[in-house]
Design a protein around this ligand. Structure first.
Ligand code: NAD
Length: 514
């Protein structure tokens, strides 16, 4: 299939860069250069490829392919279906370094970090390999005299995943295996900023034996997302990205009767009690705040230090910050890569300016950093603020960059009130050697993912993942049992078979189960 089949051809300028393709009906769909946008290598600032800008026609084609393929996939015996996941798992593992290198190329994060993102995604594929067990329904004999009940779990049909730039493998691997295992046909609308690893994943699913049309990839932005939200044949959407876009997808999708789960922005805080192991805590704060240049929804970007902790912790953090190496993500020894786009880099600089205006103490300023060999790369150094206070914009809002803020409070109660009073609730952590205090925090904190001396408490791939408040919209977490519930519909079947002597007299009374 070529794009001419979807969009009428216009004059074709010569393609000087590789052009990525949508993936519809089991094949790449070529596009014309004028229907594409640039893909940057943030480490150098160069344009390295062109990515299609899809919209309603491409989504329509993808839905048609998915609808046509769905009945056979739904009816595929479970063992045969699970074989695809075993095969995909092997292929993803074999190509994990290639996937990671593509992530580093497009996103900028270090290769080591990208590689863990791939393997943490593979965990959910491994969960999906057990789909015959996970999809077992319920059988309840004798719900009434001679009557049994069976609960069936059936796929929804065509469903969609809309995913962010920062985890181009892990997030699709958290959604697709669950949606596919449940027997659905899927349309993936990934971020256009990090398309390289998406393209390879589509090819690997195909090679693993996923039938044609069961996974379709359409690149694009606002137009493609609107087409998904408005399409009557798309029954459910899982979205991962910013709260502003997630709210639009949730509100417009649910208005049209779709099931929508949106996993959105965050501002995570780690609480540090005076008895914490401060060497370990300083490692955790620096790693979590600056890893992946702060472009993680589970980054802890506020350190809420209780009592005199900040005075003792800050010098330990500064020691570590002084040793951090910023540079291209593929270079050995680099701790932090560039920011993913120049626009986002500028927005982070504005947030740092804002923190200074608001009166936070700028302890380390990442704004002036220029990489000596790559002056056009989208680099920033790391930034540390102290005396960040509730009410400041840099306290309230997600910056999504390497900017960490220390907040000083007097007591544990003040600390937990701050965490529970924040509009975002994605992940949090407590650092302490007091088991009782940690236990109390687990029970009292109103954030769904909690670490105890673990700064990035992303649950294992077979457990559920979710936020609350402005960090998630919708009822069910993604992945695991909850993910399967999201991507399936329960049906209750009540069964009676004729048996000699069981037939009573005709009665118009409502059926009793007694
Ligand atoms: P984003 O909201 O800009 O993009 C997410 C998706 O929506 C992408 O596919 C993008 O192409 C599309 N999109 C962007 N703008 C749109 C618009 N105006 N209309 C319709 N669609 C649009 O998010 P991002 O910048 O790619 O990712 C960073 C955000 O994602 C951060 O806020 C981060 O906290 C969040 N995030 C959350 C989680 C989580 O699990 N809660 C995980 C990763 C990232």
């Amino acid at each position: 299939m070529t794009v001419e089949a979807i969009r009428p051809s216009v004059e074709t300028p010569p393609a000087i860069l590789p052009i990525l393709s949508h993936w519809i009906g089991g094949r790449p769909v070529e596009v014309l250069p004028e229907h594409t946008g640039p893909v940057y290598n943030p480490a150098t600032g160069e344009v390295i490829a062109r990515v299609p800008r899809g919209g309603a026609p491409e989504i329509e084609a993808a839905v048609a392919a998915a609808k046509a393929a769905f009945p056979a996939w739904r009816d595929t015996p479970l063992i045969a279906r699970s074989q695809v996941f075993f095969a995909f798992r092997e292929l993803a593992w074999k190509h994990r370094e290639e996937l990671a290198a593509l992530i580093t190329r497009d996103h900028g994060k270090t290769f080591a970090d990208a590689l863990v993102g791939v393997t943490r995604g593979i965990e959910t594929v491994e969960y999906a390999c057990g789909l015959p067990v996970h999809l077992a329904g319920m059988n309840t004999p004798n719900v009434a005299s001679g009557v049994d009940a069976v609960t069936l779990r059936q796929p929804l049909g065509v469903v969609a995943a809309i995913t962010p730039f920062n985890f181009p493998v892990m997030v699709p691997m958290w959604i697709l295996p669950i949606a596919l295992a449940a027997g659905n046909a899927v349309i993936l609308k990934p971020s256009s900023h990090t398309p390289g690893a998406t393209q390879l994943q589509a090819e690997l699913w195909h090679e693993a034996g996923l039938p044609t049309g069961i996974l379709n990839v359409v690149y694009g932005g606002r137009e493609a997302v609107a087409a998904i939200v408005e399409h009557p044949d798309i029954k459910a959407i899982q979205f991962v990205g910013s709260t502003a876009v997630g709210r639009y997808v949730y509100e417009e999708g649910t208005k049209r009767g779709k099931r929508v789960g949106a996993f959105t922005s965050a501002k995570n805080a780690m609480v540090v009690l005076p008895d914490a192991d401060l060497e370990m805590t300083a490692d955790a704060a620096v790693a979590s705040g600056y890893g992946s240049a702060g472009e993680r929804c589970m980054a802890q970007t506020l350190v809420i230090a209780v009592g005199d902790t900040a005075d003792r912790l800050r010098p330990l953090m500064l020691e570590r910050i002084a040793k951090l190496k910023v540079g291209p993500g593929m270079d050995p020894g680099v701790d932090m890569g560039p920011i993913y786009t120049q626009d986002h880099r500028q927005s982070i600089i504005k947030w740092i300016d804002r923190g200074v205006e608001e009166g936070a103490e700028l302890v380390v300023d990442g704004r002036p950093f220029v990489h000596p060999e790559h002056p056009d790369g989208f680099y920033l150094g790391v930034t540390l603020f102290d005396h960040v206070k509730p009410g400041m914009d840099i306290y309230n809002e997600e910056i999504f960059g390497p900017v960490l803020g220390i907040v000083r409070v007097g007591t544990y109660d003040e600390a937990i009130n701050l965490v529970n009073g924040h509009k975002y609730a994605n992940g949090t952590a407590i650092f302490t050697t007091d088991g009782g205090a940690a236990r109390r925090y687990q029970l009292e904190v109103e954030v769904p993912m909690v670490g105890v001396n673990v700064p990035i408490p992303v649950p294992a791939g077979y457990l559920s993942f979710s936020g609350a408040k402005e960090s998630a919209l919708g009822d069910l977490p993604m992945r695991g049992e909850d993910g399967l519930r999201f991507f399936s519909r329960q049906k209750e079947v009540t069964i009676r078979w004729p048996e000699p002597g069981r037939r009573g007299a005709l009665s118009l009374v409502f059926p009793s189960n007694s």
